[in-house]
Design a protein around this ligand. Structure first.
Ligand code: FES
Ligand SMILES: [Fe+2]
Length: 460
């Protein structure tokens, strides 16, 4: 439980708020590059600020305040020119640095334009996303987290803009326990109601609940602890009967990279890896993104990607009802249904919320650091240090615990490409089903399996 003041302190992201000042020390993804190719001018909103992103005809990216300082129309309907963005109304031209280059309706010898400037922020491209920095100069380096920069992998971005605060999305990253009920029991119930529940024991929902029933029957208790590192923390988890030398307890799983990036793994880094990011658009809006990177074997000749494809995933079906038959959809509904901003004065946290509390504590510490004039974690200014950052997190080097160490609820990934008894492809039980290249991914999983079988058949 938090006081009202504490809740405000942690959740608000507007200019001048404690949380907003912390967030202004970081680069944020603001738009997919694929969409900017469709239209080189886009209205974006980030940290409660309305902005316009553009790519001019020379290829320069710019991010400027939405309102033209002349008579305040929106530059989102502006025209990209050779060296900037022209306002549609009277033709004032602004470059990516916010300088006013032309005021074509003013007298030719006017110097008025030299006294007009528009707010402009640094932008960079990385991994198929456009990133922006809204904080004090000098801007730090854009962090090169592994999946955004690694040279191999088939990437896909799926996202949804949710009407709720970023922190409740982020708290879900710490909440390992929820998977049993939200992605197990609710999944079963949703499929039961639509007549699609199968008895396939390997299906995620059934495997999860079978394991849970066994754990309850033997009176098992799960312990959690944060294992802090210089980027955030990994989540230590130990169940009754497991040895305290278990890697899930000593190294932890699924690193949280502060402030809001979740790296799936290390127990899950076979072909499919992903990041989840909950980007604060404003106090009550979060752009939630799942960033997939599928590393298929080299022999499969995975097609080169000119741009990372992007798609929005639905919260509701055509009938307006929540879509509860895929994992990310279940998560999104839970976050949304907590309310616009969770009223944390009313909650009742238990022992199983240890990692949620750990994240709040870390967030408060980092906000406090900025208030006291310091630099928070994960602000990088050294180019060498900024190479392949995530690989420096313990357990993210591929030497993590085996899949089976975490039980069937995760081991199902090994069967990703196989249909279940109900004809249901495992790829369809999560947001992967909305990947623009879904059919290609399914085909590649099939070919990867054939390759694995062929390798296994070769006598050694
Ligand atoms: S309102 Fe933009 S040029 Fe006049
Ligand atoms: Fe979840």
């Amino acid at each position: 439980m938090l006081t009202r003041e504490e809740n405000e302190y942690l959740t608000r992201v507007g200019p001048g708020t404690p949380g907003g000042e912390l967030m202004r020390r970081y680069w944020h993804p603001v738009y997919p590059e694929a969409k900017l190719r469709d239209n080189p001018v886009a209205k974006v909103r980030i940290l409660c600020e309305d902005l316009v992103l553009f790519r001019d005809r020379s290829g320069n990216l710019g991010l400027v305040a939405e309102r033209c300082p002349h008579r305040m129309t929106s530059l989102a309907v502006g025209i990209p020119e050779a060296d900037g963005l022209r306002c549609c109304y009277h033709g004032w031209l602004f470059n990516a640095q916010g300088a006013c280059l032309e005021q074509p309706l003013e007298p030719p010898d006017s110097t008025f334009k030299d006294r007009v400037k528009i707010k402009a922020y640094p932008v960079e491209e990385m991994g198929g996303l456009i990133w922006a920095y809204l904080g004090p100069a000098p801007a730090p380096l854009l962090p090169r987290w592994d999946l955004f920069v690694k040279p191999t992998g088939l990437r896909q971005i799926v996202s949804h803009t949710l009407p709720c605060n970023w922190l409740q999305v982020m708290e879900n990253r710490s909440d390992l326990g929820h998977a049993v009920y939200l992605h197990g029991r609710l999944f079963q119930y949703a499929l039961e109601r639509s007549g699609r529940l199968t008895d396939d024991p390997e299906a995620r929902y059934n495997a999860t609940m079978t394991l849970q029933a066994k754990d309850i029957a033997r009176g098992a208790e799960t312990r959690y602890r944060p294992i802090h590192n210089r980027f955030g923390f990994t989540k230590g988890r130990l169940m009754t009967g497991q040895d305290e030398t278990h890697r899930a307890w000593t190294i932890g799983i699924n690193p949280i990279l502060f402030p809001y990036l979740l790296a799936q793994g290390p127990g899950d880094i076979g072909i499919r890896r992903s990041y989840q990011l909950g980007v604060p658009i404003d106090d009550t809006t979060t752009w939630h993104m799942q960033y997939f990177c599928y590393d298929f074997p080299d022999e499969l000749d995975v097609p080169e990607q000119d741009v990372v494809p992007y798609a929005d995933v639905p919260l509701r079906g055509p009938d307006g009802a929540y879509l509860l038959d895929y994992v990310l959809g279940q998560d999104m509904v839970a976050w949304y249904q907590q309310g616009e901003i969770v009223d944390r004065t009313q909650e009742h946290l238990g022992v199983s919320d240890t990692l949620v509390i750990a994240y709040r504590k870390l967030l408060k510490e980092q906000i406090d650091i900025v208030r006291e004039g310091g630099e928070p974690m994960n602000v990088f200014r050294d180019v060498t240090e900024n190479e392949s950052l995530e690989l420096q997190v313990a357990g993210s080097d591929g030497a993590g615990p085996s899949l089976s160490a975490f039980g069937a609820s995760i081991d199902y990934r090994g069967n990703f490409h196989k249909p279940s008894q109900g004809g249901w492809l495992y790829i369809d039980d999560d947001a992967d089903r909305y990947c623009p290249d879904r059919d290609l991914i399914v085909e590649l999983f099939g070919r990867a399996a054939t390759l694995t079988d062929a390798r296994a058949a070769v006598p050694t």
